[in-house]
Design a protein around this ligand. Structure first.
Ligand SMILES: C[S@@+](CC[C@H](N)C(=O)[O-])C[C@H]1O[C@@H](n2cnc3c(N)ncnc32)[C@H](O)[C@@H]1O
Length: 275
């Protein structure tokens, strides 16, 4: 249940399950955001809302990067729900038209400042990459990195990856899905906001190609335990043992976890081919 009280207090914050959160009054992209936050996924494949919409104010370099690089990297013209981060039912993206070629697709959810996406797209030029990020402010930073690396095999979708997977990506279209350091939602009453759960796993499986990989990492032990519980026994997933994914760089979020003494857990699962 959405327990937001948008009327209190008066400083622009709203109360979400008892906590004060800052939310924007309008999306940076100019999409009207009549409903401040949090957004409710409503009916659909999976209704988890794993994020809070935050201030869209960019700093000067993020703003300049957005203006310079958005035409190259940001996917536009996507019909949105009234909750502007979410996508509505529409024909899936034409990936060949989007990238100008037919190549294996890697999708990252929650790209943050783009360190991993940039490293991945640089390491694997034979693949195309789509990065979802709901926090538009950081996409300016992400695009600076992509442009500096002169990458043409990346597109960014500013919005919710859950409704994006459901409505924008064709079934079995993803070769690899990356979910690194999803927001931990540490308080017990917020665990329902965690991205990874049984219903989200079904959505991911529907979009992963047979034999495709789902890579994850977290620095929170109880989230790691939860991921193991949800995914280890799944009949359509096989856990792939191995060390840390070599392409994955140390991001700010991982560094923060390490500095706080937390253990980093990496996961790789393969979708079984014969389902
Ligand atoms: C803790 S940060 C990790 C960023 C990055 N993956 C890293 O390792 O540095 C999680 C990011 O996921 C984004 N996010 C959370 N839920 C999302 C969703 N449903 N769709 C798109 N982005 C989401 C947040 O805005 C945030 O930038």
């Amino acid at each position: 249940m959405n327990t937001t009280n948008p009327t209190s207090p008066r400083d622009g914050r709203v109360r979400v399950d008892g906590d004060l959160q800052t939310v924007p009054t309008a999306g940076f992209s100019g999409v009207p955001n009549a409903h401040p936050a949090p957004e409710n996924g409503g009916a659909g494949f999976h209704s988890v809302v794993s994020y809070i919409r935050r201030s869209p104010r960019m700093n000067g370099s993020q703003q300049a990067s957005w203006e310079r690089n958005a035409p190259r990297y940001i996917v536009t013209g996507l019909p949105r729900a009234t909750t502007a981060s979410q996508f509505t039912t529409q024909p899936p993206l034409d990936l060949v038209a989007l990238f100008g070629r037919d190549a294996p697709l890697v999708v990252e959810i929650g790209v943050g400042a783009g360190e991993t996406l940039t490293a991945g797209a640089t390491a694997w030029p034979e693949c195309d990459f789509i990065g979802f990020e709901v926090y538009e402010k950081v996409l300016g930073s992400t695009m600076s990195k992509l442009a500096k690396a002169e990458l043409n095999n990346v597109r960014l979708i500013a919005g919710d990856a859950v409704s994006g997977l459901e409505h924008l990506l064709p079934p079995e279209s993803i070769r690899e899905l990356w979910t690194f350091f999803p927001d931990p939602w540490q308080k017990k009453r917020h665990h329902k906001r965690r991205l990874v759960g049984p219903a989200f796993a079904e959505l991911v499986l529907s979009r992963l190609a047979p034999g495709g990989l789902w890579r994850l990492a977290t620095d929170w032990d109880d989230y790691a335990t939860h991921i193991h519980e949800v995914l280890d026994g799944h009949p359509k997933l096989v856990s792939v043992p191995g060390a840390r994914f070599a392409v994955r760089p140390m991001t700010r979020f991982e560094a923060r976890g390490v500095a706080a003494g937390r253990t980093i857990t990496d996961f790789t699962y393969r979708k079984v081919a014969d389902v």
